[in-house]
Design a protein around this ligand. Structure first.
Ligand code: FAD
Length: 471
């Protein structure tokens, strides 16, 4: 169908990805309606759903670029007002002598940072931006319950405090639906009835639970940055072999922390809550000096222990009617800090295809789906692999040596175009599938050099010994 000025685009899900999608569509003159099952998160009485509870996220180049390209110059400015740059990881551990240590590992030799951002704050800024556009309607307490992608109709259950609206089902006509309703997407569920979609879902044996390091109370004469008990410009990691604890700064001086651990350990600690502080002392040294032992127990007991899901599917569209984006299309484990970034990037890539095919949305969607499939599959796999890197490899000398060499080569021989995989993923916009291809090539070359460097003396020594024996 040809895109006209008055195209009606409906967006399912007012999370970060859906709201950015709505903004892109509205900027192109569509009549946009955005539906979310929850009430407006700007309303203080709104309780966040469990799976959106992670308060602080790492925002990096792909997400930033997608917002930069939205055509709303004030958007990024507003979002950056409340971000904190994180220039690297801070690894926390204990020497065999019992002494605690912190080791800073900067992410990027060129000094680039990722940014800690309040998820709710980012989402609110996007909603405010949409509120200011006359061609956008925000409809909260509307849950997608059904869709016919041949007749372009969708059904919503309306809830909320208004007695007239409550428990009503409404039918909506649309030209184009963007499904951005998260990992348990209803848009994806209905799309599957129309499209021969390959679908793969996996829960990893790790649960996560949230904790808080409180801000330091400032005394008279203390500098503002003293409100942070640990460095504000790092993503803090307490690596454990099978589990890890991380902390991300908030602008009020506190840190949002997450414990990632196999379910068996959670079950074990639940049976003996008083052992939680000792468990932390053994595996995450120093944390009990930042979070009161009693608060550790309360958070462990009261905060939900949530699962981590990995979803891959393809294609992401049907005909010219619907496309799914963000977690709805590729929910991933959070270990590369890319879930939201990749979802925001979906929007930028999707609209690049739509803009390139103004007269045929079905062609645009087909090409987008084919193009994006490779990249979303790669980042899902990288996110899974990065769990091992974060909880174990960060303390391995081999990991440090490869990082050092790749970074030095990027400075000494810039013409080679070498970069670490992390830099390519977090500070650039090249396709994830390109990132992995280049990183694997670098790995192969490094192995060859290593064999050359170590192998040469052995070969020469062997030849000399052989000659001596012959003589
Ligand atoms: P969601 O944020 O899930 O939003 C979906 C919206 O759809 C919700 O508002 C929901 O109410 C609505 N909805 C659901 N069903 C319906 C329905 N039937 N009808 C109408 N509306 C519906 N990503 C990063 O980039 N960096 C990080 O550092 C990072 N850290 C993370 C840490 C943890 C512990 C976790 C769990 C995730 C993390 N992520 C991170 C991932 C990130 O949170 C998600 O990728 C991101 O929130 C996805 O956004 P979304 O808009 O696609 O979906």
């Amino acid at each position: 169908m040809a895109e006209s000025k008055k195209q009606k685009t409906i967006v399912i899900g007012a999370g970060p990805v859906g709201t950015l999608g709505a903004l892109y569509a509205a900027q192109r003159g569509h009549d946009v309606e955005i539906y979310d099952l929850r009430s407006d998160l700007r309303d203080p009485s709104t309780i966040p759903l469990n799976f959106t509870k992670s308060i602080n996220l790492a925002l990096s180049e792909r997400g930033i670029n997608a917002m930069r390209q939205s055509g709303r110059p004030a958007l990024l400015e507003q979002i950056f007002k409340d971000t904190i740059p994180m220039k690297g990881r801070m690894i926390h551990g204990k020497h065999s002598s019992g002494e605690l240590y912190e080791q800073s590992q900067v992410y990027d030799i060129h000094g680039r940072s990722i940014y800690a951002v309040d998820r709710g704050g980012l989402n609110k800024t996007l909603l405010d931006e949409l509120d200011a556009m006359p061609n956008v309607k925000l409809l909260f307490n509307h849950k997608l319950t059904g869709a016919d992608f041949k007749k372009n109709k969708a059904w919503f259950e309306v809830s909320g405090s208004n007695k007239i609206d409550r428990n009503r089902e409404i039918e909506i006509d649309f030209d184009f639906m963007i499904g951005a309703d998260g990992a348990h997407s209803a848009a994806r569920y209905h799309l599957m009835k129309y499209q021969r979609m390959d679908y793969q879902q996996e829960y990893i044996d790790t649960l996560w639970c949230e904790f808080q390091i409180p801000a330091q109370e400032l005394e008279l004469g203390m500098k503002d940055e003293s409100k942070f008990r640990i460095s504000p410009n790092h993503l803090h990691i307490w690596p454990g072999k099978d589990f890890m604890f991380i902390a991300i700064p908030s602008s009020n001086g506190s840190f949002t922390c997450t414990l990632f651990m196999p379910s068996a350990h959670f079950n074990h600690l639940e049976t003996d809550l008083n052992s939680v502080p000792a468990f932390f002392d053994t595996h995450f040294p120093g944390v009990t000096t930042l979070i009161q032992p009693s608060d550790l127990i309360t958070s462990f007991h009261e905060n939900p222990h949530l699962p981590l899901i990995n979803i891959k599917c393809a294609p992401h569209h049907f005909s010219s009617s619907v496309v799914i984006v963000g977690d709805a299309a590729h929910a991933m484990v959070p270990f590369y800090g890319q879930g939201m970034n990749a979802g925001l990037e979906d929007i930028f890539v999707l609209f690049s295809f739509l803009d390139a095919h103004p007269t045929s949305r079905s062609v645009a969607l087909e090409q987008y789906s084919e193009y994006r499939k490779a990249d979303t599959h790669v980042i899902n796999d990288l996110a899974l692999q990065n769990y091992v890197e974060m909880r174990a490899s960060v303390v391995s000398p081999l990991y440090a040596a490869r990082k050092w060499l790749e970074e030095k080569l990027s400075v000494w021989v810039p013409g080679l175009g070498w970069q670490t995989k992390y830099s390519r993923v977090s500070f650039g916009n090249e396709r994830y599938s390109e990132v992995i291809r280049k990183s694997e090539r670098q790995g192969r070359l490094l192995s060859l050099w290593l064999v050359g460097v170590l192998g040469c003396p052995v070969l020469v020594g062997g030849l000399m010994a052989w000659r001596r024996r012959r003589r």
